[in-house]
Design a protein around this ligand. Structure first.
Ligand SMILES: [Zn+2]
Length: 696
């Protein structure tokens, strides 16, 4: 979610709710094989020939696919990312089912992933245990006597993956990227984002009402009377609304200048006199922390005031709720189903819950709502995955493509008319300093401190959370480990980290339809090439451009060039403000700006790289009536082919820095003269914008 940008990590695509968003069943019927007729990396069955490329390219290129691939009931969106993630899941399932039978020692990674998966699949034991696995946490909450104890309890619960009050972790120091410092961030909400508590339209009010009822139902399932549960639902909503009011907006969260407030511990304590940081830090095992980045000081000031103004019993209700919410997937079926009813059905529009094995595969890979990080056993599982499914040739091919893309941006920077010599030199230096990571980490995570057994799924989840919490906190005060990865190898995604100045492509995405070594270059450049270009361009979007080549938050722009850049960026944000999602809900141009700049720049440099690759070679043949230049663009469209449920589309537009796939499919093309030329589109056509945006 948008929190990710605080960690200076820009991903390609965000699946908003992992528990219900990912997984499936029908894999496409049409075979993608190099020898089937008409196949050149783009399946002509995807086309909707009733639509003209100059009217709506996305519909033209993918309308057939979208018509023939309705969303399976257990999904809220169904497209290239989900189809591929689903395929990866089937592969992971085979690995896990073999690991379940492993006779290796309990300390081996193979046994750990097998035991973790087995404990998740063991529904008989989970039903027998009932709510006993959360008794200890509920007991601790009941025994809490004052605000100081509440803070210590918050630290204990956060360690185990329960998101109460705020978040505490470590991160690179944005202004000294060689060092890791402690970081405290706003948090503690049960709805997807701040504005869900504050908006006044009917749909938002209804969703809050549904949330309150859901909280009450979960309390009833726990054994509270319906009257008491109803009051508890209101208490949770009221308390979270106060936290939401003090929270930073998702647009501001993307601005690294607004979220950098490094303070000495004494300053933090005087900012928040009633938050007992000594008690918190001691329980978190971080008594020695001397300074930290308080990402949102206003939030912490408000939390501090609320700590004493809200009755302790209300806090206890709120804590109980978050234990229930976090642990629901590991409780008996009635809790799992009620959790799905709200988080899956109401929030994302999914019609039914995924089969258990899919939820268990995902849980073994990573925690359900920490998508970009590796909270459970992702690298242990990923190690086997890449041995089986990621040949060295794929890595070599992808690396070659990355170098071609970097070369294209290098050329572009030399000739870009709107930047002056100083800024140009700085931008070039930053580009040359990029680190590229492909496939999987060179150094695998060491899981020897993580115990896993088959006795309790919830305990495995808690230990996984504690292991990851501790791993992050252990880095505080130390130099940055540049070998770490922010995604697990099977993940169908990619990212750019501004603080690391690196671009990262997990093995999971280096596959068809993003990349296929057997198909025409044009399609690969339009797909994986543009994805690579997207990640490179993130280093120069409205967020990434604030970091220098060493990964430090430091302005390297001349005043004139920066003004010029902001004007050009404004063109893109205005463009996306204009896209209508549903009724009066539009894309939020400022929220999706970084991603939209990255798409536009990524396609532009990938197209240039493709053209360069043709130089000095015989011209490739037309395919199915597509010229070589035209073949580039369906490669892009098929990355974004997707159907979404309305609930999911609204959730994306309200919370996510990524525009909806349909706008990513068309938006950048309508700014590109290269596209208009390839398809003969003219001024006045919908795919040719009157005011063209161009940055990189
Ligand atoms: Zn991105």
């Amino acid at each position: 979610m948008s929190k990710r940008s605080l960690f200076a990590l820009c991903v390609l695509f965000a699946i908003v709710v992992c528990s219900a968003g990912l997984a499936l069943v029908h894999v496409r019927a049409s075979a993608r094989s190099a020898d089937s007729p008409g196949y050149w990396g783009f399946d002509t069955a995807n086309l909707d020939k009733t639509c003209k490329p100059c009217d709506d390219f996305f519909q033209f290129a993918m309308g057939g696919w979208m018509k023939n691939n309705p969303i399976p009931p257990e999904y809220s969106t169904w497209g290239s990312f989900t189809v591929l993630a689903d395929k990866n899941q089937q592969a992971l399932r085979q690995i896990l089912e073999a690991a379940e039978k492993s006779q290796r020692p309990a300390s081996s990674n193979e046994r750990k992933v097998g035991d973790f998966y087995a404990s998740c699949m063991d529904t008989a034991s989970i039903e027998t245990a009932g709510t006993k696995p959360i008794d200890a946490a509920l007991q601790r909450i009941a025994e809490t006597k004052n605000a100081r104890e509440l803070l210590a309890l918050a630290a204990q619960l956060q360690r185990q993956g329960v998101g109460v009050m705020f978040r505490f972790t470590s991160n690179q120091d944005a202004k000294d990227s060689t060092q890791v410092i402690a970081m405290a961030l706003q948090g503690g909400l049960g709805l997807p984002e701040r504005d869900y508590y504050l908006r006044d339209d009917d749909k938002s009010k209804k969703l809050r009402d549904d949330y309150t009822k859901h909280v009450a139902k979960m309390f009833e399932l726990l054994g509270d009377s319906s009257n008491k549960a109803e009051t508890e639902g209101m208490t949770v909503l009221n308390l979270e609304t106060s936290l939401a009011k003090a929270s930073m907006s998702n647009v501001d969260l993307r601005d690294p200048d607004k979220t950098y407030h490094k303070m000495k511990l004494a300053e933090v304590q005087s900012l928040t006199p009633d938050l007992s940081w000594d008690s918190y830090l001691k329980t978190a095992g971080q008594a020695g922390v001397a300074e930290m980045n308080i990402a949102q000081p206003e939030f912490f000031k408000a939390l501090d005031a609320q700590l004493t103004s809200t009755p302790l019993d209300d806090w206890k209700t709120y804590f109980r709720w978050h234990v229930l919410e976090a642990d629901a997937p590991a409780l008996p079926e009635k809790f799992v189903n009620e959790d799905f009813e709200f988080r899956g059905r109401i929030v994302t529009g999914a019609k039914q819950i995924q089969p258990r094995w899919k939820r268990c595969v995902q849980a073994t890979d990573r925690n359900r709502c920490v998508q970009a990080t590796d909270r459970n056993l992702g690298e242990a599982l990923g190690q086997v995955y890449v041995q089986k499914y990621f040949p060295p040739e794929a890595k070599a091919h992808a690396l070659e493509m990355v170098h071609n893309l970097i070369a294209a941006l290098r050329d572009d920077l030399k000739t870009l008319p709107w930047v002056g010599p100083e800024t140009r030199a700085q931008a070039s230096a930053k580009l040359e300093a990029f680190t590229v990571k492909i496939g999987y980490p060179d150094k695998w995570r060491d899981y020897s401190a993580l115990n896993v057994d088959r006795s309790s799924y919830l305990q495995n989840l808690q230990r996984g959370a504690e292991f990851d919490f501790q791993r992050r906190l252990n880095n505080i005060g130390k130099p940055v480990d540049r070998t770490e990865w922010g995604m697990t190898p099977p993940t169908v995604n990619a990212y750019n980290s501004s603080s690391m100045n690196e671009i990262v492509f997990p093995a999971g995405i280096i596959q068809p339809p993003f990349y296929d070594p057997k198909v025409d270059d044009a399609v690969n450049y339009g797909g994986m090439g543009a994805v690579i270009g997207h990640e490179i361009t993130h280093g120069f979007d409205d967020h990434g451009s604030k970091f220098d080549g060493r990964g430090n938050l430091k302005n390297w722009w001349s005043a004139d060039d920066l003004k010029n850049f902001k004007e050009r960026a404004r063109c893109v944000s205005d463009q996306f403000d204009g896209y209508v999602v549903d009724g009066d809900l539009h894309e939020n141009g400022k929220l999706v700006l970084g991603e939209s700049i990255a798409d536009l720049g990524g396609l532009t440099i990938s197209y240039a790289a493709y053209e360069k690759s043709l130089q000095g070679k015989p011209r490739p043949p037309d395919k199915d009536g597509f010229t070589p230049e035209q073949q580039f663009f369906p490669g892009w469209a098929q990355v974004w082919g997707a159907n979404e449920r309305l609930e999911f589309a609204r959730l994306m537009a309200n919370t996510n820095p990524h525009p909806l796939p349909r706008f990513r499919g068309n938006g950048p093309l309508s700014n590109m003269a290269q596209y208009a030329r390839a398809f003969g589109c003219k001024q006045g056509d919908a795919m040719v914008r009157e005011k063209v945006c161009k940055i990189w």
